[in-house]
Design a protein around this ligand. Sequence first.
Ligand code: FEO
Length: 393
Amino acid sequence: MKRRMICSGVEWLGAVDWNRRLFDSLIPLPDGTSYNAYLVRGAEKTALLDTVDPPMTDVLLRQLADVPRIDYLVSHHAEQDHSGAIPIILRQYPEAQLVCSPKAKTLLIDHLDVTAERILTVEDGQKLDLGGKTLLFLHTPWVHWPETMCTYLPEDQILFSCDFFGSHLAFSELYAGDDPYVLQAAKRYYAEIMMPFRKMVAKNIEKVRVLDLKYIAPSHGPIYDRPQQIIAAYEQWVSEQVSNLAVVAYVSMHGSTEILVNYLLAALAERGVRVQKYELTSTDIGKLAMDLVDAATLVVGTPTVHGGPHPLVFAATNLANALRPKLKYVAIIGSYGWGGKAPEQIQQLIPNLEVELVGTVLCKGLPRQNTLEALDVLAHQIAQKHAALGQLP
Ligand code: FEO
Protein backbone atom coordinates (compact mmCIF):
# COMPACT_ATOMS: atom_id res chain seq x y z
CA MET A 1 0.00 0.00 0.00
CA LYS A 2 1.20 3.53 -0.78
CA ARG A 3 1.29 6.40 1.71
CA ARG A 4 -2.18 7.81 2.34
CA MET A 5 -2.94 11.41 3.20
CA ILE A 6 -4.82 12.15 6.44
CA CYS A 7 -4.56 15.93 6.09
CA SER A 8 -2.11 18.39 4.63
CA GLY A 9 1.38 17.41 5.78
CA VAL A 10 0.26 14.28 7.62
CA GLU A 11 0.28 10.83 6.00
CA TRP A 12 -0.31 7.23 7.03
CA LEU A 13 2.28 4.70 6.03
CA GLY A 14 3.29 1.32 7.31
CA ALA A 15 2.28 -2.25 6.59
CA VAL A 16 -0.97 -4.18 6.64
CA ASP A 17 -0.26 -7.76 7.67
CA TRP A 18 -3.29 -9.73 6.45
CA ASN A 19 -1.73 -13.15 6.99
CA ARG A 20 -0.34 -12.92 10.51
CA ARG A 21 -2.19 -15.29 12.83
CA LEU A 22 -0.22 -15.11 16.09
CA PHE A 23 1.33 -12.26 18.04
CA ASP A 24 3.98 -12.55 20.74
CA SER A 25 3.79 -16.32 20.08
CA LEU A 26 0.63 -16.21 22.19
CA ILE A 27 -2.18 -13.97 20.96
CA PRO A 28 -4.42 -15.24 18.14
CA LEU A 29 -4.91 -12.74 15.30
CA PRO A 30 -8.09 -13.87 13.50
CA ASP A 31 -8.08 -10.68 11.40
CA GLY A 32 -4.36 -10.08 10.91
CA THR A 33 -3.00 -6.73 12.04
CA SER A 34 -1.25 -3.60 10.82
CA TYR A 35 1.86 -1.70 11.85
CA ASN A 36 0.98 1.94 11.28
CA ALA A 37 3.59 4.66 11.01
CA TYR A 38 2.93 8.33 10.25
CA LEU A 39 4.86 10.98 8.37
CA VAL A 40 4.47 14.57 9.58
CA ARG A 41 6.02 17.32 7.46
CA GLY A 42 6.37 20.87 8.73
CA ALA A 43 7.78 23.81 6.82
CA GLU A 44 11.24 23.09 8.19
CA LYS A 45 11.46 19.57 9.56
CA THR A 46 10.06 16.14 8.85
CA ALA A 47 9.22 13.48 11.43
CA LEU A 48 8.48 9.80 11.04
CA LEU A 49 6.40 8.44 13.90
CA ASP A 50 7.19 4.76 14.58
CA THR A 51 8.22 2.09 12.07
CA VAL A 52 7.03 -1.46 11.35
CA ASP A 53 7.64 -5.05 12.36
CA PRO A 54 11.04 -6.15 10.97
CA PRO A 55 9.71 -8.57 8.27
CA MET A 56 7.77 -5.62 6.80
CA THR A 57 10.73 -3.20 6.63
CA ASP A 58 10.87 -3.31 2.83
CA VAL A 59 7.28 -2.03 2.64
CA LEU A 60 8.21 1.00 4.74
CA LEU A 61 11.40 1.67 2.77
CA ARG A 62 9.46 1.65 -0.51
CA GLN A 63 6.96 4.13 0.94
CA LEU A 64 9.83 6.40 1.98
CA ALA A 65 11.68 6.17 -1.36
CA ASP A 66 10.78 9.77 -2.31
CA VAL A 67 11.31 11.22 1.18
CA PRO A 68 14.80 12.74 1.02
CA ARG A 69 15.23 13.70 4.66
CA ILE A 70 13.87 12.66 8.05
CA ASP A 71 14.89 14.92 10.93
CA TYR A 72 13.14 13.08 13.74
CA LEU A 73 12.21 9.43 14.09
CA VAL A 74 9.79 9.25 17.00
CA SER A 75 9.56 5.94 18.87
CA HIS A 76 6.42 5.79 20.99
CA HIS A 77 7.09 2.26 22.16
CA ALA A 78 10.15 0.01 22.08
CA GLU A 79 8.34 -3.24 21.29
CA GLN A 80 9.68 -4.59 18.03
CA ASP A 81 6.43 -4.46 16.04
CA HIS A 82 6.86 -0.66 16.03
CA SER A 83 10.56 -0.22 16.66
CA GLY A 84 12.04 -3.18 14.78
CA ALA A 85 12.89 -1.20 11.63
CA ILE A 86 14.45 1.71 13.55
CA PRO A 87 18.10 0.63 12.98
CA ILE A 88 17.56 0.44 9.21
CA ILE A 89 15.74 3.80 9.08
CA LEU A 90 18.54 5.40 11.12
CA ARG A 91 21.09 4.00 8.64
CA GLN A 92 19.01 5.26 5.71
CA TYR A 93 18.66 8.74 7.25
CA PRO A 94 21.97 9.48 9.03
CA GLU A 95 20.83 12.98 10.01
CA ALA A 96 17.73 11.69 11.87
CA GLN A 97 17.53 11.87 15.64
CA LEU A 98 15.65 9.12 17.43
CA VAL A 99 13.10 10.74 19.78
CA CYS A 100 11.72 8.77 22.71
CA SER A 101 10.85 8.89 26.40
CA PRO A 102 13.75 8.53 28.88
CA LYS A 103 12.58 5.04 29.82
CA ALA A 104 12.51 4.01 26.16
CA LYS A 105 16.14 5.01 25.68
CA THR A 106 17.61 2.03 27.52
CA LEU A 107 15.04 -0.34 26.03
CA LEU A 108 15.89 0.77 22.49
CA ILE A 109 19.60 0.39 23.21
CA ASP A 110 19.09 -3.03 24.81
CA HIS A 111 16.68 -4.48 22.25
CA LEU A 112 17.84 -2.84 19.02
CA ASP A 113 21.47 -1.92 19.65
CA VAL A 114 20.79 1.74 18.82
CA THR A 115 23.68 4.02 19.78
CA ALA A 116 22.95 6.48 22.57
CA GLU A 117 24.33 9.41 20.51
CA ARG A 118 21.41 9.15 18.07
CA ILE A 119 18.78 9.41 20.82
CA LEU A 120 17.00 12.58 21.97
CA THR A 121 14.83 11.95 25.02
CA VAL A 122 11.73 14.08 25.58
CA GLU A 123 9.93 14.80 28.82
CA ASP A 124 6.19 14.69 29.37
CA GLY A 125 4.69 17.83 27.79
CA GLN A 126 7.81 18.68 25.77
CA LYS A 127 7.31 20.00 22.23
CA LEU A 128 9.21 19.82 18.96
CA ASP A 129 8.46 22.46 16.33
CA LEU A 130 8.59 21.20 12.75
CA GLY A 131 7.54 24.57 11.31
CA GLY A 132 3.77 25.01 11.48
CA LYS A 133 3.40 21.51 12.93
CA THR A 134 4.07 20.88 16.60
CA LEU A 135 4.75 17.50 18.14
CA LEU A 136 3.59 17.52 21.77
CA PHE A 137 4.81 14.44 23.63
CA LEU A 138 2.62 12.92 26.31
CA HIS A 139 4.06 10.24 28.55
CA THR A 140 1.46 7.49 28.84
CA PRO A 141 3.16 4.67 30.75
CA TRP A 142 1.85 1.10 30.57
CA VAL A 143 -0.01 1.32 27.30
CA HIS A 144 1.65 -1.21 26.79
CA TRP A 145 5.14 -1.10 28.37
CA PRO A 146 6.44 1.29 31.05
CA GLU A 147 8.09 3.56 28.47
CA THR A 148 5.11 4.19 26.18
CA MET A 149 4.20 7.70 25.09
CA CYS A 150 1.83 9.37 22.63
CA THR A 151 2.25 12.39 20.38
CA TYR A 152 -0.40 15.07 19.94
CA LEU A 153 -0.40 17.28 16.86
CA PRO A 154 -2.46 20.32 17.94
CA GLU A 155 -2.59 22.04 14.54
CA ASP A 156 -4.50 19.04 13.11
CA GLN A 157 -5.98 17.70 16.36
CA ILE A 158 -4.51 14.23 15.90
CA LEU A 159 -3.36 11.95 18.71
CA PHE A 160 -0.81 9.36 17.61
CA SER A 161 -1.38 6.74 20.28
CA CYS A 162 0.67 3.68 19.23
CA ASP A 163 -0.70 0.57 21.07
CA PHE A 164 -3.16 2.69 23.09
CA PHE A 165 -6.64 2.36 21.47
CA GLY A 166 -5.23 -0.03 18.86
CA SER A 167 -6.89 -3.04 17.27
CA HIS A 168 -5.38 -6.06 15.59
CA LEU A 169 -7.13 -5.60 12.27
CA ALA A 170 -5.82 -5.72 8.74
CA PHE A 171 -7.75 -3.10 6.77
CA SER A 172 -8.23 -1.45 3.40
CA GLU A 173 -10.38 1.41 4.76
CA LEU A 174 -8.11 3.83 6.59
CA TYR A 175 -10.82 5.07 8.96
CA ALA A 176 -12.89 3.13 11.46
CA GLY A 177 -16.08 5.15 10.88
CA ASP A 178 -19.00 3.56 12.71
CA ASP A 179 -17.95 -0.03 12.06
CA PRO A 180 -18.92 -1.94 15.23
CA TYR A 181 -16.45 -4.70 14.37
CA VAL A 182 -13.56 -2.27 14.88
CA LEU A 183 -14.78 -1.65 18.43
CA GLN A 184 -14.99 -5.41 19.00
CA ALA A 185 -11.44 -5.83 17.74
CA ALA A 186 -10.33 -2.94 19.95
CA LYS A 187 -11.98 -4.63 22.95
CA ARG A 188 -10.14 -7.88 22.19
CA TYR A 189 -6.91 -5.88 21.91
CA TYR A 190 -7.60 -4.07 25.19
CA ALA A 191 -8.23 -7.43 26.89
CA GLU A 192 -4.99 -8.95 25.66
CA ILE A 193 -2.66 -5.97 25.93
CA MET A 194 -4.04 -3.26 28.21
CA MET A 195 -6.24 -4.97 30.81
CA PRO A 196 -3.38 -5.95 33.17
CA PHE A 197 -2.61 -2.21 33.50
CA ARG A 198 -6.25 -1.09 33.82
CA LYS A 199 -5.66 1.55 36.50
CA MET A 200 -2.75 3.12 34.61
CA VAL A 201 -4.79 3.02 31.41
CA ALA A 202 -7.57 4.91 33.21
CA LYS A 203 -5.11 7.68 34.15
CA ASN A 204 -3.91 7.90 30.56
CA ILE A 205 -7.49 8.16 29.28
CA GLU A 206 -7.95 11.18 31.57
CA LYS A 207 -4.81 12.68 30.11
CA VAL A 208 -5.92 12.42 26.47
CA ARG A 209 -9.67 12.98 26.79
CA VAL A 210 -9.16 16.71 27.47
CA LEU A 211 -7.49 17.17 24.08
CA ASP A 212 -9.34 18.56 21.08
CA LEU A 213 -9.41 15.52 18.84
CA LYS A 214 -10.36 14.99 15.22
CA TYR A 215 -8.52 11.71 14.94
CA ILE A 216 -6.89 9.08 17.10
CA ALA A 217 -4.26 7.41 14.96
CA PRO A 218 -3.06 4.18 16.62
CA SER A 219 -0.25 1.96 15.40
CA HIS A 220 -2.51 -1.09 14.94
CA GLY A 221 -5.80 -1.06 13.04
CA PRO A 222 -7.75 1.74 11.41
CA ILE A 223 -7.69 5.42 12.43
CA TYR A 224 -10.57 6.60 14.59
CA ASP A 225 -12.35 9.48 12.87
CA ARG A 226 -14.94 9.47 15.68
CA PRO A 227 -12.43 9.45 18.54
CA GLN A 228 -14.98 9.98 21.29
CA GLN A 229 -16.44 6.52 20.54
CA ILE A 230 -13.25 4.64 21.33
CA ILE A 231 -12.54 6.86 24.35
CA ALA A 232 -16.04 6.13 25.72
CA ALA A 233 -15.56 2.41 25.12
CA TYR A 234 -12.22 2.46 26.96
CA GLU A 235 -13.80 4.36 29.84
CA GLN A 236 -16.38 1.61 30.15
CA TRP A 237 -13.77 -1.18 29.99
CA VAL A 238 -11.52 0.34 32.66
CA SER A 239 -14.43 1.23 34.96
CA GLU A 240 -15.28 -0.88 38.00
CA GLN A 241 -18.62 -1.87 36.45
CA VAL A 242 -19.09 -5.55 35.60
CA SER A 243 -21.87 -7.13 33.56
CA ASN A 244 -24.28 -9.97 34.17
CA LEU A 245 -21.97 -12.53 32.60
CA ALA A 246 -20.53 -15.78 33.90
CA VAL A 247 -17.61 -17.10 31.86
CA VAL A 248 -17.30 -20.88 32.13
CA ALA A 249 -13.83 -22.13 31.14
CA TYR A 250 -13.36 -25.87 31.35
CA VAL A 251 -11.94 -29.13 30.09
CA SER A 252 -13.60 -32.53 30.31
CA MET A 253 -11.62 -35.73 29.73
CA HIS A 254 -14.32 -38.40 29.90
CA GLY A 255 -17.53 -36.37 29.99
CA SER A 256 -18.24 -35.96 33.72
CA THR A 257 -17.05 -32.36 33.98
CA GLU A 258 -18.96 -31.60 30.77
CA ILE A 259 -22.17 -32.82 32.46
CA LEU A 260 -21.50 -30.49 35.39
CA VAL A 261 -20.78 -27.56 33.09
CA ASN A 262 -23.90 -28.07 31.00
CA TYR A 263 -26.08 -28.46 34.08
CA LEU A 264 -24.69 -25.32 35.72
CA LEU A 265 -24.92 -23.37 32.47
CA ALA A 266 -28.64 -24.19 32.16
CA ALA A 267 -29.26 -23.49 35.86
CA LEU A 268 -27.60 -20.06 35.54
CA ALA A 269 -29.52 -19.24 32.36
CA GLU A 270 -32.82 -20.17 34.05
CA ARG A 271 -31.98 -17.65 36.75
CA GLY A 272 -31.26 -14.85 34.27
CA VAL A 273 -27.46 -15.07 34.28
CA ARG A 274 -25.85 -14.74 30.85
CA VAL A 275 -23.24 -17.45 30.31
CA GLN A 276 -20.39 -17.91 27.85
CA LYS A 277 -18.91 -21.40 27.64
CA TYR A 278 -15.26 -22.00 26.64
CA GLU A 279 -14.06 -25.55 26.08
CA LEU A 280 -10.34 -25.03 26.48
CA THR A 281 -8.98 -27.61 24.03
CA SER A 282 -10.43 -25.55 21.17
CA THR A 283 -10.78 -22.06 22.58
CA ASP A 284 -9.63 -18.81 21.04
CA ILE A 285 -8.02 -17.32 24.16
CA GLY A 286 -8.45 -13.83 22.74
CA LYS A 287 -12.22 -14.27 22.74
CA LEU A 288 -12.08 -15.64 26.28
CA ALA A 289 -9.98 -12.64 27.34
CA MET A 290 -12.49 -10.29 25.69
CA ASP A 291 -15.34 -11.75 27.73
CA LEU A 292 -13.28 -11.35 30.89
CA VAL A 293 -13.14 -7.56 30.32
CA ASP A 294 -16.47 -7.09 32.09
CA ALA A 295 -17.68 -10.53 33.26
CA ALA A 296 -18.79 -10.63 36.90
CA THR A 297 -18.04 -14.32 37.43
CA LEU A 298 -15.55 -16.93 36.28
CA VAL A 299 -16.47 -20.59 36.63
CA VAL A 300 -13.50 -22.95 36.27
CA GLY A 301 -14.34 -26.54 35.37
CA THR A 302 -11.68 -29.22 35.55
CA PRO A 303 -11.11 -32.91 35.84
CA THR A 304 -8.32 -33.96 38.19
CA VAL A 305 -5.08 -34.95 36.45
CA HIS A 306 -2.21 -36.29 38.55
CA GLY A 307 -3.66 -34.69 41.64
CA GLY A 308 -4.26 -31.22 40.16
CA PRO A 309 -6.23 -29.34 37.51
CA HIS A 310 -5.97 -30.30 33.85
CA PRO A 311 -2.89 -28.53 32.34
CA LEU A 312 -5.07 -26.51 29.93
CA VAL A 313 -7.16 -25.30 32.88
CA PHE A 314 -3.93 -24.51 34.70
CA ALA A 315 -2.75 -22.41 31.73
CA ALA A 316 -6.07 -20.59 31.24
CA THR A 317 -6.36 -19.80 34.95
CA ASN A 318 -2.79 -18.56 35.00
CA LEU A 319 -3.56 -16.35 31.99
CA ALA A 320 -6.69 -14.94 33.67
CA ASN A 321 -4.57 -14.12 36.71
CA ALA A 322 -2.02 -12.31 34.51
CA LEU A 323 -4.70 -10.32 32.67
CA ARG A 324 -6.20 -9.11 35.99
CA PRO A 325 -9.82 -8.72 34.85
CA LYS A 326 -12.24 -6.96 37.20
CA LEU A 327 -14.06 -10.21 38.05
CA LYS A 328 -15.95 -10.24 41.35
CA TYR A 329 -16.66 -13.94 41.80
CA VAL A 330 -15.17 -17.30 41.01
CA ALA A 331 -16.55 -20.84 41.33
CA ILE A 332 -14.82 -24.17 40.78
CA ILE A 333 -16.50 -27.33 39.58
CA GLY A 334 -15.18 -30.67 38.41
CA SER A 335 -14.88 -34.39 38.65
CA TYR A 336 -12.11 -36.59 40.04
CA GLY A 337 -11.24 -40.26 39.97
CA TRP A 338 -9.90 -40.96 43.43
CA GLY A 339 -8.86 -37.64 44.97
CA GLY A 340 -6.70 -34.62 44.41
CA LYS A 341 -6.29 -30.96 45.18
CA ALA A 342 -7.49 -29.28 41.99
CA PRO A 343 -9.62 -26.56 43.70
CA GLU A 344 -6.86 -25.61 46.14
CA GLN A 345 -4.35 -25.38 43.31
CA ILE A 346 -6.71 -23.25 41.19
CA GLN A 347 -7.19 -20.84 44.08
CA GLN A 348 -3.43 -20.52 44.44
CA LEU A 349 -3.17 -19.66 40.75
CA ILE A 350 -5.25 -16.47 41.01
CA PRO A 351 -3.67 -14.22 43.65
CA ASN A 352 -4.07 -11.15 41.41
CA LEU A 353 -7.83 -11.53 41.16
CA GLU A 354 -9.82 -9.71 43.82
CA VAL A 355 -12.56 -12.33 43.79
CA GLU A 356 -14.82 -14.07 46.24
CA LEU A 357 -15.01 -17.84 45.93
CA VAL A 358 -18.77 -18.41 45.70
CA GLY A 359 -18.57 -22.17 45.83
CA THR A 360 -16.89 -25.40 44.84
CA VAL A 361 -18.78 -28.42 43.53
CA LEU A 362 -16.82 -31.61 42.98
CA CYS A 363 -17.92 -35.16 42.38
CA LYS A 364 -16.25 -38.54 42.20
CA GLY A 365 -16.78 -39.91 38.72
CA LEU A 366 -20.21 -39.22 37.27
CA PRO A 367 -22.38 -36.57 38.96
CA ARG A 368 -25.30 -37.98 40.98
CA GLN A 369 -28.42 -36.21 42.23
CA ASN A 370 -26.69 -34.64 45.22
CA THR A 371 -24.08 -33.03 42.91
CA LEU A 372 -26.78 -31.63 40.62
CA GLU A 373 -28.56 -30.19 43.65
CA ALA A 374 -25.28 -28.59 44.73
CA LEU A 375 -25.00 -27.04 41.27
CA ASP A 376 -28.51 -25.61 41.64
CA VAL A 377 -27.44 -24.02 44.93
CA LEU A 378 -24.29 -22.65 43.28
CA ALA A 379 -26.31 -21.20 40.38
CA HIS A 380 -28.70 -19.60 42.87
CA GLN A 381 -25.80 -18.05 44.80
CA ILE A 382 -24.18 -16.67 41.64
CA ALA A 383 -27.53 -15.23 40.50
CA GLN A 384 -28.00 -13.60 43.92
CA LYS A 385 -24.52 -12.06 43.69
CA HIS A 386 -25.28 -10.69 40.23
CA ALA A 387 -28.62 -9.34 41.47
CA ALA A 388 -26.85 -7.59 44.35
CA LEU A 389 -24.61 -5.89 41.79
CA GLY A 390 -27.76 -4.65 40.06
CA GLN A 391 -26.94 -6.75 37.04
CA LEU A 392 -29.85 -9.19 36.72
CA PRO A 393 -32.53 -8.10 34.23
FE1 FEO B 1 2.14 -3.10 19.23
FE2 FEO B 1 3.26 -3.40 22.47
O1 FEO B 1 3.38 -3.42 20.61
